[in-house]
Ligand binder design. Structure first.
Ligand SMILES: *Cc1c(COP(=O)(O)O)cnc(C)c1O
Ligand SMILES: [Zn+2]
Length: 463
């Protein structure tokens, strides 16, 4: 069956432009730019033909997206199920699909829900190919790059990013899929501030890994200068093409809830604020197309060791902070690049439905350990989300009645070293963590003898 014969398959549509969020100037979507050439502010991607999409009835959208869920076409198995809302100018043949997106929603265990204070759902983005949500934005950025390389016949493109670990894992993975004759990969990491699993990922994908002293914010400044002054392709979420793909997280939640977002709160950890920007933008798209009737509440969560957005929400003043060590290391960022976008989205759409809580390192560790003892596989940032929901409910910041979806942004195994440090009481005093015996675990070594093991376990012999 040819593509055209299936009425549910996406078609190429034009209309995307970069728009400066400050001065409103527009730029050609085929250029590699990451800030406004005129005023240096952030860029977003706007669909100038969005009104054409608005003319399509909401019911038609829902039927189309639901029909695509049953399709076997590989290109639309992932984020490009929502092709019209992501990169409609890309023909299906240019899409790079490595298995990202369409991650499961899991009902939180009952005892865990009781501990948190309400029943909730976990959307597990650790089940992506590089084991974090970053694959969503990387699938859009690399599909875009693949498309532009073909259309403009480019070669020797250098893909580059700064990272707290997961962006570099995703960037290296997706870049390594493109022809080596066209593309190479470089990632910049703060030395000692990514886990060994995260470091192994870009190395395994064959990227050039550069470690630097300092924290993520320092790496970000370097990569911003490189992107400004040299010919590179920036793969941080400052590049709005990344945000496009990450919007799919919101689309999927809506679809998985049967397009019913009444009373919904979505809980998202905030680091560089790319993800929470994309989640809000995604829900706004669905709202403007009439696909959902209400915008959800958004609950952002930060560690009190890296909480500039939480401070802004409490005081009204945005001031970058100097971070202290955090187990939610992937979100340990003192001056989030996408903050101006968050502020604008909140002012325009979410003012009465945007909350941010800050939680302690202890709460984050306990959130993760408790969840994983009850059938989940959340990372420290997932633990942070759960701790944030618990705190927001306890403080009555959000009503107890409603639907809650918690973002577990990566897989437990990427952050196993923090679990181990908890078990070993090996956290330095700067984390401020007091461990609890009942949350620890360790292997025991015994002889390979059934009777010795039975004795250790206190088993009763069958008569
Ligand atoms: C990147 C990352 C975050 C933070 O997302 P931002 O878009 O930087 O706010 C949270 N959790 C994990 C696992 C991450 O990799
Ligand atoms: Zn501008």
């Amino acid at each position: 069956m040819s593509e055209k014969s299936d009425p549910n398959m996406p078609e190429v549509r034009n209309g995307l432009v970069y728009t400066c969020i400050h001065c409103g100037r527009r730029y050609d979507i085929y250029d590699f730019i990451y800030t406004c050439p005129s005023c240096k502010s952030l860029l977003k991607i706007e669909n100038t033909a969005f009104d054409d999409l608005k003319r399509i009835p909401a019911e038609t959208w829902k039927q189309t997206f639901d029909a695509r869920r049953n399709s076997n076409a590989l290109e639309i198995q992932g984020i490009f199920r929502f092709h019209e809302l992501i990169l409609p100018m890309i023909p299906l043949a240019d899409i790079i699909y490595l298995g990202e997106g369409q991650t499961p929603i899991v009902r939180a265990n009952q005892d865990l829900s009781a501990w948190v204070g309400a029943p909730f759902l976990v959307k597990n983005d650790g089940l992506n190919p590089s084991a974090s949500f970053k694959d969503r934005g990387m699938a859009s950025a690399i599909s875009y790059l693949n498309h532009v390389i073909r259309v403009k016949n480019l070669d020797s493109v250098l893909g580059i990013c700064a990272s707290t670990g997961d962006t570099s894992a995703a960037a290296a993975l997706y870049l390594s899929y493109l022809p080596k004759s066209k593309v190479s990969a470089v990632v910049l990491l703060p030395k000692g501030k990514v886990t060994s699993q995260q470091l192994s990922q870009p190395l395994g994908s064959g990227a050039q890994v550069i470690e630097m002293p300092g924290v993520f914010d320092d790496c970000m400044r370097v990569v911003e200068e490189l992107a400004q002054d040299y010919h590179v392709f920036l793969l941080n979420s400052k590049n709005p093409v990344r945000i496009l793909g990450q919007k799919s997280y919101a689309y999927e939640i809506a679809q998985q809830l049967g397009w019913n977002t009444d009373g919904l709160t979505v809980v998202v950890p905030i680091g560089n604020a790319g993800n929470i920007t994309a989640v809000m933008e995604g829900f706004v798209d669905l709202y403007e197309l009439g696909i959902i009737k209400t915008l959800p509440r958004i609950l952002g969560v930060q560690s009190h060791h890296a909480d500039p957005v939480s401070r802004w929400r409490a005081s009204g003043a945005y001031v970058p902070v100097k971070v202290s060590p955090s187990v939610a290391q992937a979100a340990m960022i003192g001056d989030p690049v996408s903050f101006p976008k968050v502020r604008q989205l909140v002012e325009r759409y979410f003012d009465d439905r945007f909350f941010v809580v800050s939680v302690t390192e202890n709460e984050i560790m306990e959130g993760m350990l408790k969840a994983n003892r009850h059938g989940h596989v959340v990372c420290t940032q997932g633990g942070e989300s759960i701790a944030g929901l618990k705190r927001a409910l306890a403080e009555k910041l959000i009503p107890e009645a409603g639907q809650f979806v918690v973002d577990s942004t990566s897989h437990q195994l990427k952050f196993a070293s923090f679990q181990q440090r908890y078990f070993d009481d090996a956290f330095g005093p700067d984390y401020g963590i007091t461990t609890r015996e009942e949350l620890k675990n360790a292997p025991v070594t015994l002889e390979s003898s059934a009777s010795k093991i039975a004795q250790h376990l206190g088993l009763k012999r069958k008569v």
